[in-house]
Design a protein around this ligand. Structure first.
Ligand SMILES: [Zn+2]
Length: 427
């Protein structure tokens, strides 16, 4: 359910990248880069995701992870048409870091079962939900003794962190966060110059960006204000990793720099005023620094008119789009037959579109109701289409293929395979 909710916030045309995370299919993500200018022109932005790095890191380990990043780098060099992207703003970033497990797995599920027994309701890293009132400080201590590095819980307005060397406390007032501790300072903030003052989340980031535990107080405090957060929130510090069914070579688990700090590259005219900026919270990227309208929907799809020769005389094919994902189509073969239909875009990625359609054929010898579908593939200036049409009454079907080559942004040469050649104009 959470995954579905997450995917529902992804731009529709970018959803295909999710499937390209499967090893081997990453070539489709590479080829998608060819169509970035087309997507950019249509939507005002083009969001490319390179998912396979994450999966390979989790399951295979550091070498496959690095190789996948090199693949991405090569794909950009080979397929992204940089000459068509002058004055375009480019943002290149990772949405999270990754830590590699070199010193064993912690079975946090077993630890939670052992500590809470029948009171354990549900446990999914990093949240533990329980069904009874318990002594929180005592249970947190037991979890730490069972091998968990940090156990966080709320005590009134304070967030408490229990760890092997004592307790730490986070409080918030008017957007400013304060951190104190008893025992030892597990994050090393006081040694780095912190003096117990209340700081904003930006100040925390600035102060601690280079430390092993960057900006824990605002991060953890805010996380524990989420209404769905667990009764306890646990954290295992890399190179230890939580034991999971699949992701045991690497994971995103700790409050450490390898998991939480990512590089962000911003290039282009919109980012000139950010020059010199050292750090930002990633969740502010699109709300504060790079306002991209990810909900933008174009008013309509392309209109097209094509004329080509066929063994039965000239054919004119007209497509008019009244709204995005919808087009009406009229094909006239000479003056003796015409077919008229409506098509709806079922699925779209950077590379492909699948349309479903219905219509009617009007001809002197036989008229019929038509249903069918179209598969369109675009690779830069080359596009191919396969059109399947089924005539309901006469029970006949036809599969027609065509290729088009963009001569200019609006004019293409078209080859209707087996029928003839012609030209197509789009606007
Ligand atoms: Zn991951």
């Amino acid at each position: 359910m959470i995954l579905r909710e997450m995917l529902s916030h992804m731009p529709r045309e970018s959803l295909g990248f999710w499937t390209y995370g499967v090893p081997g299919l990453h070539h489709l993500a590479s080829l998608s880069l060819l169509n970035v200018p087309r997507v950019l022109e249509k939507f005002g932005y083009a969001e490319v995701l390179w998912f396979c790095t994450d999966l390979l890191g989790h399951v295979v380990g550091p070498r496959a992870y690095l190789a996948s990043l090199y693949n991405f780098d090569r794909a950009i060099g080979r397929f992204l048409p940089l000459d068509e992207l002058e004055d375009v703003n480019i943002i290149l970033y990772a949405d999270h870091g990754m830590s590699f497990g070199e010193s064993g797995l912690v079975d946090y599920n077993a630890a939670a079962r052992e500590v809470f027994g029948p009171d354990l309701k549900f446990c999914t890293y990093p949240n533990i939900y329980i069904s009874a009132e318990v002594d929180r400080s005592q249970k947190a201590r037991e979890l730490v003794d069972a091998g968990i590095d940090f156990v966080f819980y709320r005590e009134g307005e304070t967030v408490v962190a229990c760890h092997g060397g004592g307790l730490a406390y986070f409080t918030e007032h008017d957007g400013l966060f304060r951190y104190t501790f008893t025992g030892s300072d597990p994050f090393g903030y006081y040694a780095a110059g912190y003096r117990g003052e209340a700081l904003s989340r930006e100040e925390w980031l600035e102060l601690t960006a280079d430390l092993r535990f960057p900006a824990v107080p605002p991060n953890v405090y805010s996380y524990l204000q989420n209404p769905y957060v667990g009764d306890f929130v646990i954290s295992i510090t890399p190179p230890k990793l939580p034991k999971t069914p699949l992701s045991n070579k690497a994971n995103h688990t700790g409050l450490t720099t390898t998991d939480l700090m990512v590089p962000i590259l911003l290039k282009g005219p919109a980012f000139e005023q950010l020059r010199g900026m050292e750090t930002m919270w990633l969740h502010d990227l699109y709300s504060e620094y790079a306002p991209v309208d990810f909900d933008f929907v174009p008013a309509r799809d392309q209109n097209k008119v094509a004329a080509f020769s066929s063994p039965n005389g000239p054919v004119v094919d007209l497509e008019l789009s009244p709204a995005y994902r919808l087009r009406s189509r009229l094909e006239m073969a000479g003056l003796h037959s015409a077919s008229l239909g409506v098509e709806w875009d079922l699925y779209s990625t950077f590379l492909s579109r699948i349309w479903l359609g219905a219509g009617a054929k009007v001809a002197p010898e036989e008229s019929a109701i038509l249903v069918g579908g179209v598969y369109e593939l675009t690779l830069g200036r080359l596009s191919a289409a396969a059109r399947f049409t089924y005539e309901v009454g006469p029970n006949k079907w036809e599969l027609a293929h065509s290729l088009a080559w963009n001569l200019t942004s609006q004019l293409s040469a078209v080859w209707q395979i087996g029928r003839g050649v012609g030209v197509q104009f789009t606007w």
